[in-house]
Design a protein around this ligand. Structure first.
Ligand code: AMP
Ligand code: GLY
Length: 425
């Protein structure tokens, strides 16, 4: 079978590695993929948002199945377009991808179906938003409605910061159309947990939980990034919490989407905060998270392609989805300066013997050799019997990957270790 994977980051590399375990797949194409993914798939320089070219490519290359991984193509209707030419896909259609594509949609859905989330107000008028901020409780959270490369959320600690954020989004149009409407919501506190789940719109099977590290610097300082590292499982996500999330959040979300005539099929990502009043939804994503996927899929013992096809065909209840009870840690090596501006084009060396543990996110091939080409360059993932060991091993891997101006956080997993220690007291 010929399988197409849309996207070109570390997450896509992790998906492709896992798909390769299935003997029925003869060829994997990555659009556009990257220099590192080229070792595992045929990379074709078609952008993930170029849906007409993706469709033409699928038609011309006898594609039997497509995995649409990033948010943009999903929201733009890549799955709808591929299904129209008869290519079965993993990923939601555009009407269901709105769960991530519009924060206003997501918030209104949660309100209507009583799914726990932060209290909020929606504004399409800047003056009204500014007036509301005159006596909104602080800190307050300002969110652009649409996709904003993960940068559309501002936690404002003062009224001035809050007003600046509103003006940036609504007056200066920092995120273009994505900021035409904004959500101003209650600031929540508590440990964060990411849960990815497979769902075919009827059955929902959560994957192992994980913990992201979003800030660029140690001890959660510095700018928000796409994610600088992950561990799985997340020690805060106990069985009792998992049960509550399933009953109060996961299943109600699947039902709500069905009731709205927008059945969700694919990977549904729940960004949760465990507040003192119980678990609440911070955000939904309509796709695999990155770098969450780089720790979650290495722990998956069942065959990914079998699960994906079952999701597409609405028979997820018939397949086994089994995760190892080991732990995983992924340390991201980024280009110094990320998420701001950074230099690229430096030679990147990954020793042969650790290739299968390194997922390449931002690299290109120049004269057959890898060079850096992005902010997040590689993810180094170790799986071990215990979390401390996985963390140690992931850092040992990271030390073996070399490029000029590399940086990583030195504390990936520290909070998880503290939580484990707390739990044992
Ligand atoms: P998002 O881009 O929606 O993932 O948000 C980025 C980060 O902002 C989240 O991971 C949280 O740490 C934080 N955040 C978002 N919404 C809230 C909220 N209502 N209260 C506290 N923190 C939040
Ligand atoms: N790591 C968070 C995300 O993928 O959105």
């Amino acid at each position: 079978m010929n399988v197409l994977v849309i996207g070109g980051g570390g997450r896509e590399h992790a998906v492709i590695r896992k798909l390769k375990e299935n003997p029925e797949i003869s060829r994997i194409y990555a659009l556009p993929g990257n220099g590192g993914i080229a070792a595992d798939a045929v990379c074709v320089p078609i952008g993930a948002k170029d849906i007409p070219s993706i469709v033409s490519f699928a038609e011309a290359n006898a594609i039997d199945y497509a995995v649409v991984t990033p948010d943009d193509p999903l929201v733009l209707g890549c799955v709808d377009a591929l299904e129209e030419i008869g290519v079965p896909c993993f990923g939601p259609r555009a009407n269901a991808a709105q769960l991530e594509g519009s924060k206003v949609f997501a918030k209104e859905l949660m309100k209507k179906y009583h799914i726990p989330t932060a209290r909020y107000e929606v504004f399409a008028d800047m003056e009204a938003a500014l007036r509301y901020l005159d006596d909104a409780p602080l800190p307050t959270v300002i969110k652009a409605d649409g996709l904003a490369l993960g940068k559309g959320v501002i936690i404002a600690r003062t009224r001035e910061e809050a007003r600046d954020a509103v003006r940036e989004m609504m007056e200066h149009k920092k995120f273009g159309k994505s900021g035409e409407r904004i959500v101003i919501e209650e600031f929540l506190e508590g440990p964060e947990v990411s849960v990815l789940a497979f769902t075919d719109g009827k059955t929902l099977v959560p994957m192992v939980s994980s913990m992201d590290h979003k800030r660029a610097g140690d001890n959660d300082t510095g700018l928000n990034t796409g994610g600088m590292g992950t561990v799985a499982p997340n020690p805060y996500y106990t069985e009792a919490v998992a049960k509550r999330c399933m009953e109060e959040i996961f299943l109600p979300t699947v039902s709500a989407m069905n009731a709205e005539g927008r059945p969700f099929k694919g990977c549904l990502y729940f960004g949760l905060m465990l507040t003192k009043d119980g678990p609440k939804v911070i955000e939904y994503n309509c796709r695999f998270g990155d770098p969450e996927t780089q720790v979650v899929l290495p722990l998956l013992e069942s065959d990914l392609f079998t699960i994906m096809r079952a999701v597409t065909e609405g028979r997820l209840d018939e397949v086994e989805v089994k995760f190892s009870d080991k732990s995983a840690c992924c340390v991201i090596l980024a280009s110094e300066g990320y998420p701001g501006s950074y230099d690229k084009g430096y030679p990147l060396t990954i020793p042969e013997e650790i290739r299968d543990k390194v997922f390449v996110a931002g690299a290109a091939l120049r004269d057959g050799a890898l060079v850096t080409a992005g902010g997040r360059v590689v993810g180094c993932t170790a799986v071990a019997d215990t979390l401390p060991r996985a963390i140690e091993d992931a850092y040992a891997l990271a030390r073996q990957v070399k490029f000029e101006n590399a940086y990583c956080r030195s504390d990936i997993g520290r909070r998880a270790l503290e939580a484990l220690a707390e739990g044992e007291k």
